[in-house]
Design a protein around this ligand. Structure first.
Ligand SMILES: Cc1cc2nc3c(=O)[nH]c(=O)nc-3n(C[C@H](O)[C@H](O)[C@H](O)COP(=O)(O)O)c2cc1C
Length: 188
């Protein structure tokens, strides 16, 4: 795909559209290679990816369900069939990738957070270009201390999201944007 076309066509594709098929490791490695070429101040390359699939992914999803049930219980609400369906769709992911940032202290934290986001965009575009899809999720306790422990992150590392990746047979859904000019300020 031409670069501009790829940039405009990348979409979030959600687990309800996943067909349960696995993305080949070579395709993921190609996408991680693209991620690895994101720009970083002082070339700290702060992104860390933890890649769950198979049994490990299902255990992670079990953990999400435990957390969701505990949150509901705290609010005295009950588990619904809709929730059950939502999590069963997630099990159709090929991989769940934890996006983490390793803060080196060599540059301000925000710079390494930005660099990690750039790496995710590279990864996402490469994946899309290869015909594989996914989305960046900030649900399922990603920012909690307990999930940081679950992932085995260090003191100077933070999780920034999950990338749920999968294959789909469905058409890629459209998205919307406001007009580009709305966010531009030209000062000539
Ligand atoms: C940092 C970040 C966090 C996101 N978190 C969520 C999320 O928790 N749940 C969700 O449904 N989508 C999430 N998204 C996906 C956005 O909803 C999606 O990118 C947006 O709707 C635009 O759609 P598009 O990616 O198809 O253009 C997130 C995206 C980013 C960049």
């Amino acid at each position: 795909m031409e670069t501009q076309e790829l940039l405009l066509k990348r979409r979030s594709v959600y687990p309800r559209q996943f067909n349960g098929q696995t993305i080949p490791k070579e395709a993921l490695l190609q996408a991680f290679e693209a991620a690895n070429w994101a720009p970083t101040h002082k070339r700290t390359q702060p992104w860390r990816f933890i890649i769950y699939s198979g049994d490990a992914m299902n255990l992670l999803i079990d953990q999400w369900i435990l957390m969701a049930k505990a949150n509901l219980e705290a609010k005295r609400e009950t588990w619904s069939e809709a929730a059950e369906t939502k999590y069963s769709y997630m099990r159709n992911s090929s991989h769940v990738i934890v996006i983490a940032c390793h803060y080196t202290g060599l540059v301000p934290e925000i710079e390494e957070t930005c660099a990690t986001a750039a790496a995710v965009q590279n990864f996402w575009l490469s994946l899309h270009d290869q015909g594989y899809y996914g989305y960046w999720s900030t649900g399922n306790g990603i920012f909690t201390e307990s999930m940081h422990q679950y992932f085995g992150l260090q003191e100077n590392e933070k999780a920034l999201g999950y990338f749920l990746a999968g294959q789909t047979n469905d058409p890629i859904p459209p998205s919307i944007r406001k007009a580009v000019e709305e966010n531009l300020t030209w000062r000539d």
